[in-house]
Design a binder for this molecule. Structure first.
Ligand code: KL2
Length: 594
């Protein structure tokens, strides 16, 4: 294992949430000041509010009676000609951005960031766009635009659901929220069932009583909760949703309820907006017994990734936030981040290996597969370093998140097969988000420059200065000219990406322009694991066995609930939930290999 220069400079726990990489300026303090000035009720109040006011099927808005029939039947959605006309006055979208659970009359204090100034990762400009982190050049703008349209030149991505296109829910006039729950439209709930896979991998029932607590079983969730800010930035994606269900005051209780109900031991959350995290999400999860770690995106982006875990099940060994933005490397000019934690399972009766949990949200832009791969390489290099064991093996790894790439795409294959031959591959085909991407630009060789300090095996190169690396690149260009990349982790996807019953593709994210899988839970599979590929040879004590997962759904099921977000599912993604078994080192003999 090549140990990297960053490793020596950046190890151990980062308590300040700032950058982990050298040469990257921390998030600008202006933003923190903004957050501190916004008035919020304490999260306990919010949580109390939810616990005591929320009942399933209870909705807080008024459905104007003359509009009720328009929500009640799905048939109107299928026939655009029968759609109601849009009202002359556009709905004031700015109220949707409001994060307070306070009444609308409550004055907002402090600076508000502009949605219009946010860097839009989908719209690749004719010239290089200004980075959103150039905050000094960013003015102030307090409201969302009334109706955001798709970025110019954007294409319908793969899986674009016909049944949600051109569907427009008539907005409710401002001031009608919240109100009597009695007049709410009712959407059926999505049905998801638990898929028990334990019998397939000969897993003995877990022994939780008595003195022994082995094997160590635990659950893992990955969930993109849809940041309110991004929702407001991309309103055109959610025209099919009844406006009040998009209000954070409706979404937040639903999301917290969902997290509490699933009660996963480890949760990897994406699109967690920093103000919501600090004021509501973190305090609520802490009161449920979770330890929370968070990494905000760089620049002006107000959302980020959180990894939370139950304090009674794990202790934190170390935490490693990663910023993909690298000053001076044009390829790495985006604000996406990752967050890795090394966890020690708590079991007084046996010795268990640490597990490495990584969470990320890769760049959205369907045309920039080159950036996505470079971001992924940075994450894999850091995982390989963090997960390294003294015997130069790696501890079990869980790689969760929103990869903005579909199953069987080159990026997906790279994660799962540990190798990608990319000679002649167009950058628009890397993620598979678009069926027929425009532009023929192919991936350059190498994809990322050598000065990044990451080898083609996705490992940190030995400690050298940046100028040394540039010299090396000039001196031995051949070392970096093979059109293939590799990584040393053996990762398997916990989901199969097709529904067992119908063979339809599983959907993890759905709105008016897409219905695809982009979220994953990858893991180091133990020998004999149900999902492991035939050649998998990870010894059991260094791998995990998949015991079960919460089933996903297909497009048909999502159509019945009017897509996402809907009354009950408050994100445009669904949570992935899995259960794993970790075998104590001393108890390897109890594993029956099939
Ligand atoms: O696909 V996502 O949603 O994983 O659910 O990740 C990105 C997109 C997220 C962070 O950038 O914001 C969403 N069209 C559609 N969705 C967009 C766009 C866009 N132009 N820009 C950002 N997102």
């Amino acid at each position: 294992m090549i140990r990297g220069r960053y490793m020596r400079r950046h190890h151990g726990r980062h308590t300040n949430g700032n950058n982990v990489r050298p040469g990257v300026s921390p998030n600008h303090p202006m933003f923190s000041r903004y957050l501190n000035t916004v008035g919020f009720p304490p999260a306990q109040t919010v949580y109390y509010h939810w616990r005591h006011c929320y009942q399933p099927g209870h909705v807080w808005w008024t459905q104007p009676s003359h509009l009720q029939h328009r929500w009640s039947s799905f048939s109107t959605v299928r026939h655009p000609s029968s759609r109601p006309p849009r009202p002359p006055d556009p709905y004031n979208w700015s109220s949707w951005r409001q994060t307070e659970i306070l009444p609308h009359t409550q004055p907002r204090r402090g600076l508000q960031l502009s949605a219009g100034l946010m860097d839009r990762s989908n719209s690749e400009p004719p010239k290089k766009r200004k980075r959103s982190s150039d905050w000094r050049q960013a003015g102030e703008k307090s409201q969302c635009s009334p109706e955001r349209s798709p970025p110019k030149g954007s294409r319908n991505p793969k899986g674009s659901p016909e049944w949600l296109q051109n569907v427009t829910c008539t907005p409710v006039p401002p001031g009608k929220f919240p109100s009597s729950p009695n007049q709410s439209p009712s959407t059926p709930e999505l049905k998801r069932h638990w898929e028990d896979l334990s019998h397939l991998c000969n897993a003995a029932p877990s022994v939780n009583g008595g003195r022994q607590k082995w094997p160590f079983d635990f659950s893992v969730m990955s969930y993109n909760i849809l940041s309110q800010d991004l929702l407001c930035d991309n309103t055109y994606l959610y025209r099919h949703s009844h406006p009040p269900i998009l209000d954070w005051r409706h979404r937040y209780p639903n999301i917290i309820k969902e997290l509490e109900q699933h009660s996963a031991d480890i949760m990897c959350l994406q699109e967690v907006q920093e103000d919501h995290y600090k004021q509501q999400i973190k305090p609520s999860l802490e009161s449920l017994g979770y330890h929370c770690e968070y990494k905000r995106r760089t620049g002006l982006k107000p959302d980020g990734c959180a990894v939370v875990f139950k304090r009674e099940r794990f202790s934190l060994v170390s935490c490693h936030p990663i910023e993909y933005f690298q000053r001076g490397i044009p390829l790495l000019d985006r604000d996406n981040v990752g967050l890795i934690v090394l966890l020690r399972p708590i079991d007084p009766h046996c010795s268990l290996t640490n597990i490495c949990v990584a969470n990320t949200h890769l760049l959205y832009n369907p045309r920039r597969g080159d950036i996505k791969l470079a971001q992924l390489a940075m994450l894999l290099a850091e995982i390989s370093r963090v997960a390294q064991l003294p015997d130069s093996n790696v501890c079990p790894v869980l790689l969760c998140g929103d990869f903005n790439s579909v199953p069987w795409s080159p990026l997906y294959h790279f994660i799962r097969d540990s190798r990608l031959e990319y000679d002649g591959l167009p950058i628009g085909k890397v993620s598979g988000q678009e069926e027929n991407p425009r532009g023929q630009r192919i991936l350059s060789v190498p994809i990322w420059p050598r000065c990044l300090g990451i080898s083609q095996q996705c490992l940190y190169e030995s400690q050298t200065t940046d100028s040394d690396l540039r010299d090396l690149e000039r001196a031995e260009p051949d070392g970096f000219t093979k059109a293939s990349i590799e990584h040393c982790l053996k990762l398997t996807s916990a989901y199969s990406h097709y529904l067992k019953e119908s063979s339809q593709p599983e959907i993890t994210t759905c709105h008016s322009r897409t219905a695809i899988t982009v979220d994953y839970i990858f893991y180091s599979a133990a020998l004999g694991d149900v999902m492991a590929q035939a050649e998998c040879s990870v010894p059991p004590e260094k791998g995990l066995q998949l015991l079960g997962r919460l089933s996903l759904v297909g497009e048909d099921e999502l159509q019945k609930v009017n897509g996402l977000p809907n009354q009950h599912n408050s994100s445009d993604h669904l949570p992935l939930l899995t259960r794993f078994r970790l075998h104590p080192r001393a108890e390897q003999k109890h594993l029956q290999v099939s």
